[in-house]
Design a protein around this ligand. Sequence first.
Ligand SMILES: Nc1ncnc2c1ncn2[C@@H]1O[C@H](COP(=O)(O)OP(=O)(O)OP(=O)(O)O)[C@@H](O)[C@H]1O
Length: 284
Amino acid sequence: MVFTLKDINVCIGKEKILHNITCSISRGRWISVIGTSGSGKSTLLKTLKGLVTIDSGEYFFDNRKIVRKKSIDTTAISEVGYVFQYPEHQFFQTTVYKELVLGLKHKQYSKKRKTEAISKILQLFDLPEEIITKSPFQLSGGQRRKLAIASVMITEPKILLLDEPTAALDPMSRKKIVEGIKHWQEKGHTVIFVSHHMEDVAEYSDDVLVMQRGRIVTHMDASALFFHHGNLVEESGMILPPSVQLKNSVEKLTKEYVDIASCREADILAAVRKAVTKRGEQIV
Ligand SMILES: Nc1ncnc2c1ncn2[C@@H]1O[C@H](COP(=O)(O)OP(=O)(O)OP(=O)(O)O)[C@@H](O)[C@H]1O
């Protein structure tokens, strides 16, 4: 297990924000964290990155206990990259170039290699080279979000904590970025992804963690959650992904269970198409 939390409680001021959080996360998986606004998703991510004080409970990273007297040994989690919910919170440099080169400061790269690494990451995120002399605060909202992810990715973390990384992005940019992250995860990296986009959650997650009022309501395989425990999603105040809603409507209409391998949209649409075609043939 890369992360193991046991009975973690987090208070901010006098308010208890996280209640008895217990969960284990394996390496190499994509875990999405969902829940309505204020359910504690960002606070959970901040807890994993050691950005909030843990009131009580135990935190193990790679099976090593890393909380001592409420504070986290952050050097133990240096391979964990964190993309803030609001990109503005992570920019400290005066130019995009400085922001990106900062991520390479621990690498023994020549100037040429640094420039190449920066060009490569800009290309990956579809950001024009011209922006490198600009202040991060002169970029558009979507460009800032891309820069926020790029400036963490350039450090080559093994684990990425992403807090709503695609908010404020147009649909094409969103798809491109999430697919890029998926491609990176499939090479053996771990992704913990907070998102309100249920389509993305269904499309890319291995497991989903559902939060409600600072508690983990459930943590299970994405297909099992959306196909067999959709009530937990809805009872927690969220809406099922459109493709899952379509599957449910077809099942209601045909009174037959539609068997589907995964909750990825293409798999659902193929199975629904098959079920509808079969029914059409029976009618004829
Ligand atoms: N710095 C803070 N001071 C006081 N309360 C806070 C602070 N940060 C978070 N909270 C409270 O903790 C609770 C959980 O907030 P959190 O940001 O973790 O929720 P979230 O699920 O990420 O919400 P969203 O989807 O809106 O980003 C909320 O009630 C919030 O008001």
